[in-house]
Design a protein around this ligand. Structure first.
Ligand code: PEP
Length: 241
């Protein structure tokens, strides 16, 4: 079954918990694809309550340490303590805005696993890298440097940076080629366990293109930003899956 993960980024106030509750009601009453939501840290615990167990709630980032003098940061252990079940690491906005390196991302992924969270590791090339014919090499390098040591609890999200929040998407053929490339890298790295790692596509997934993108071979689901902010839009994607 496909997995649809909503990434709310820095959106959402307490009133937005009604959207989580609406998604939870929908998935509890119909046979739908799995749907997870990553609200901002401030809403994680309340979203866990609003979801009532029907929708796993996660974080959008975590620190690599379990605790310590890191003002403003949140650890994987703290996310788990708040009821989170997963965490996204290595999102391109964090790689760019916070200058996170592959080694940083890998340390966060290991911290997530140590805290018992599933971890979604994001990779993806910039437009300049794609135009230069380097997309697969860039993604291979990110996977080599960012993945944790074991495949259990691991999910990979391929998100071309130029498709995030832009309304542009790669062709299904380009998505298929990259997902096959990611799969080969996962099997190379983890053996048989790598064949079972879900690979999500992310970047301008909307209700009207979800069926096309989710129908591409090796696309195990979607990481959705803007279109995950309302239950109506997120559920339209979930129903297309
Ligand atoms: C994202 O934030 O991971 C993302 C894919 O955003 P959007 O769907 O808005 O492009």
């Amino acid at each position: 079954m496909a997995l649809i993960v909503g990434n709310w980024k820095m959106h959402g106030l307490k009133a937005s918990l009604a959207e989580v509750a609406a998604v939870a009601r929908a998935v509890a009453t119909a046979e739908l694809a799995d749907v997870w939501i990553a609200p901002p840290f401030t809403l994680v615990a309340a979203a866990v309550d609003a979801a009532g167990g029907a929708v796993p709630i996660g974080g959008q980032d975590c620190h690599h340490a379990a605790k310590g003098a890191h003002t403003g940061c949140v650890s994987a252990e703290q996310l788990a303590d708040a009821g989170a079940r997963f965490v996204i690491v290595g999102h391109s906005e964090r790689r760019a805005d916070q200058r996170e390196s592959d080694a940083d991302v890998r340390a966060k992924a290991e911290a997530a696993r140590a805290a018992g969270l599933q971890v979604i590791v994001c990779v993806g090339e910039t437009e300049a890298e794609r135009d230069a014919g380097q997309a697969q090499a860039v993604v291979a390098g990110q996977l080599a440097g960012s993945l944790p040591d074991a495949a259990d609890g691991l999910i990979v999200a391929y998100e071309p940076v130029w498709a995030i929040g832009t309304g542009r998407t790669p062709t299904p053929e380009d998505v298929a080629a990259m997902h096959a490339h990611v799969r080969a890298a996962l099997v190379d790295r983890f053996g048989a366990a790598g064949a079972g790692v879900a690979i999500l596509y992310g970047g301008s997934v909307k209700p009207d293109n979800a069926a096309l993108l989710l129908g591409v071979p090796e696309v195990g689901g979607a990481l959705v930003g803007g279109a995950s902010l309302t239950a109506a839009s997120l559920l339209a994607i979930v129903k297309a899956a």
